[in-house]
Structures are given as structure tokens and as C-alpha cells.
Design a protein around this ligand. Structure first.
Ligand SMILES: Nc1ncnc2c1ncn2[C@@H]1O[C@H](COP(=O)(O)OP(=O)(O)OP(=O)(O)O)[C@@H](O)[C@H]1O
Ligand SMILES: [Mg+2]
Length: 277
């Protein structure tokens, strides 16, 4: 059981016959219940990777496996879409209904799930994203952060084994971003689904079990966030910043304060300072 890329590459074919290699051969496994963050600058291949994981795109070379099944065009692609829920950047591109609970019911309805079970799943998914009170509202009248939470509920209602979130916060204001991150945190803490969180905001990757660093279609590194996100050369190579708290901690160290290199969040910096005083 896992999502596995085995030497997977993907090329987009343009109408003039030109090809763009969006993902160079890459191997990666996402285990059930894991929280994996994928970070990379614009055009580094993150969305292409996400779509390969859930059967929206198919490998040009190499293989994609989901829970022991090989995914290719017309072969297990529906299984991949059901098993790996994908949430996009823009909630408005994925909302289809005029009532929140109908929106969340849409996925399980398409799977042919029985009515009473749909009701149960909708209630459960809305509770998971804190939107129970908004069940009868028109999603178009909600804030962007709330609409993104509805989109996440829609994906959860399909009972996927994995959730791939493709920059779910990048179009939101700070309040919306906090709301969605809290929901992502809650979902992955429950460990009932594996979460792949794609983001170009390195701070959002700090608490992941492992981080995948992408650059120009290549996986530069995969490993624990503590070591990768604090690797200034690696982050520069990927055109990313180190986390802001890491930069602050570095300045404090240079000023002689005992803040460890592994402090990547504001909380860790504060606690290092407090325990030293
Ligand atoms: N539909 C497409 N047709 C042609 N080329 C594409 C298409 N989608 C993406 N690409 C190209 O593939 C490469 C990887 O794109 P991808 O969208 O996977 O990157 P990304 O990391 O998700 O970027 P962003 O941060 O902008 O979302 C880029 O060079 C991009 O221009
Ligand atoms: Mg993208």
C-alpha cells in the first residue's frame, strides 16, 4: 500500500510537436498516513507530479503505482482518482453545486454510493473541515478560505486513502490560509489519510514527516524537513528561501545567543531563547 513513482517522467506535447519535460525520471513513495510536503518554485513540476499521482496524467516513461495497482490510461485510472483525492489551488475551479452539502455529496454520488451512506459521509466531511453550520449555504457566498475547505470536504467524502493538496493556500488571504492549514493539520494528525501537501511556502513544510524538494522537473532531495529546509545551498538551488524563523535564529546565533540550527519555527526559536535565559 502506497503511492509510488518508479522512475516516472512526464513530457507535455505542444501542438507544434515540441515537448516539454515537466518531470524528469523520479522515484518516490508516499506511505499510508504519511505527511509529505513537496516544495519547489514555479514550473518545477509539482502540479504535474500531483496529477500523475491521481491518474489525471499518465507517465511518459516509468510507472505509477497506487496501492499495488499500476496506473495507466484506461487501466486503474478511476481507481487512482478514487484512492487519491486531489484538491487544486483555486477552489472556484472545482465547485459545481449551489449548496455546500450538494457539493460535498457530488463525489460519492458519482461513485454510486448509497444515499444513507452519502448523508453520513457529507456530515462527517463537513465536520472534519469545520463547515457543518454552512451545510445549506451557497458556496459562492462563502469566503475563499471556506470554499477551499468545502473543496477539501468534497475530496474527503470520497474516502480516499491519500489527499494531494496542490498549493491549497496560495490564492487565499492570511485568514483563509490559516483556516485551511488548520484543516490540513487536523486531517493529517488523524492519520486516516496520507497527505501530500504541495507548496512554495517553505514554512508550510516544516512539520511534514518528509519533504520533497523540486527544481525544474527534477527531485533535488527528499528527507526530513529539519535538515533539508535549513540547507541554505539546497534551498538556493531550488530558488526557495529558508524558513523565516531559521533566518532569525541564524541572526540570533551570530549575536551570540544559543539558538540551535534545528530551530525552524518561531515557537522553536522562542523556546530555545526562554530555556537559555
Ligand atoms: N498543460 C501544459 N502544457 C504544456 N506545458 C505545461 C503544461 N502544464 C505545465 N507545463 C510546463 O511543465 C513544467 C512544470 O509545470 P507544473 O505546472 O507541473 O509546475 P509547478 O511546480 O506546479 O508550477 P507552479 O508553481 O507554477 O504551479 C513547466 O515548465 C510548465 O510550463
Ligand atoms: Mg502548480
Amino acid at each position: 500500500m502506497s503511492i509510488e513513482l518508479r522512475d516516472t517522467s512526464f513530457k507535455y506535447r505542444l501542438s507544434g510537436g515540441e515537448e516539454i519535460e515537466a518531470l524528469a525520471p523520479t522515484s518516490l513513495a508516499v506511505e499510508p498516513g504519511a505527511f509529505v510536503a513537496v516544495v519547489g518554485a514555479n514550473g518545477s513540476g509539482k502540479s504535474t507530479m500531483a496529477k500523475l499521482m491521481n491518474g489525471l496524467l499518465f507517465a511518459t516513461s516509468g510507472e505509477v503505482w497506487v496501492n499495488g495497482r499500476r496506473i495507466s490510461a484506461g487501466q486503474n485510472d478511476l481507481f487512482a482518482r478514487r484512492t487519491v483525492g486531489l484538491v487544486f489551488q483555486n477552489p472556484d475551479n472545482q465547485l459545481v453545486a449551489n449548496v455546500v452539502e450538494d457539493e460535498v455529496a457530488f463525489g460519492p454520488e458519482n461513485l454510486g454510493v448509497e444515499r444513507s451512506e452519502i448523508r453520513r459521509r457529507v456530515d462527517e466531511a463537513l465536520a472534519a473541515v469545520g463547515m457543518t453550520k454552512e451545510a445549506r449555504r451557497d458556496p459562492h457566498q462563502l469566503s475563499a478560505g471556506q470554499r477551499q475547505r468545502v473543496a477539501i470536504a468534497g475530496a474527503l467524502a470520497m474516502h480516499p486513502d491519500y489527499l494531494v493538496l496542490d498549493e491549497p493556500t496560495s490564492l487565499l488571504d492570511p485568514a483563509g490560509r490559516r483556516e485551511v492549514l488548520a484543516v490540513v493539520d487536523e486531517v493529517r494528525r488523524s492519520r486516516s489519510v496520507g497527505v501530500v501537501h504541495i507548496t512554495h511556502i517553505v514554512e508550510e513544510a516544516v512539520s511534514a514527516d518528509s519533504v520533497v524538494v523540486m527544481d525544474k522537473g527534477t527531485m533535488l532531495a527528499v528527507g526530513p524537513p529539519k535538515s533539508l529546509l535549513s540547507d541554505e545551498d539546497l534551498m538556493a538551488e531550488a530558488s526557495l528561501d529558508v524558513p523565516k524563523a531559521y533566518r532569525l535564529a541564524k541572526r540570533l546565533r551570530e549575536a551570540g545567543l544559543p539558538v540551535p540550527r534545528c530551530a525552524l519555527t518561531p515557537e522553536e526559536v522562542v523556546s530555545a531563547l526562554c530555556s537559555s535565559s
